[in-house]
Every structure is written in C-alpha cells, then in structure tokens.
Design a protein around this ligand. Structure first.
Ligand code: SF4
Ligand code: SF4
Length: 94
C-alpha cells in the first residue's frame, strides 16, 4: 500500500474556517488572502465555499480578520479528530 493511502480522505477531517456572520463586516480580506480559494463572495455574504481545500492545521487567515469573525477547532480538537481517524483507518487495514 502506498504511503498516501495511509492518510484519511480530506473530507473526513473537519478542519476548516467558520465565519461568524453576525461579526463579519464583509471586508473580503479572507477571500483575498487565502491562496487555496476556501472563501468566496456569494451575493452580499462571504462564505466558506471550499472547506476541504483548507490546509489542515493552517489558521493564517484568522489573524487577517479585523473583527475576529473567523474561528477553527482547537488544537486539542484537531488532535482528537486525527487520533480517531488514525484508529479508524488502522482498523480498516487490519
Ligand atoms: S487556514 Fe489557511 S488554507 Fe485555510 S482558509 Fe485560512 S488561509 Fe486558507
Ligand atoms: S476577513 Fe473577517 S470580516 Fe472580513 S470578510 Fe472575512 S470573515 Fe468577514
């Protein structure tokens, strides 16, 4: 089995930004900043349109938001998530 097959599919890792729409002032900084195209404008809203293009563990755009509207799971939540997936895929392979 190749090494790539040992990693869970990206869609199973719930790591991506969430936007608090009550705080968002629609400045577009996150859309312009993320080179992976995770954010887009939809009508008068900024949305996370391609969540699974987000790089697991990256939080760079969060610091670009002037109003603190962007959040991610905590590092501990990420650790638990990856641990559970590793166990699941190890069990599948056995
Ligand atoms: S965390 Fe990184 S990869 Fe994910 S949306 Fe923000 S800038 Fe893009
Ligand atoms: S950077 Fe923050 S305030 Fe600006 S559009 Fe993105 S989420 Fe909204």
């Amino acid at each position: 089995m190749s090494k790539a097959n040992l990693w869970p599919p990206r869609e199973e890792i719930d790591w991506y930004p969430r936007i608090n729409q009550d705080l968002c002032i629609k400045c577009g900084s996150c859309v312009e900043f993320c080179m992976h195209g995770v954010y887009s404008r939809q009508g008068d809203k900024i949305v996370v349109s391609k969540p699974y293009e987000c790089v697991v563990g990256c939080e760079a755009c969060k610091h670009r938001c002037p109003v603190g509207a962007i959040s991610f799971p905590s590092r501990e939540e990420l650790r638990q998530m990856l641990k559970a997936l590793r166990e699941k895929y190890n069990n599948i392979r056995q």
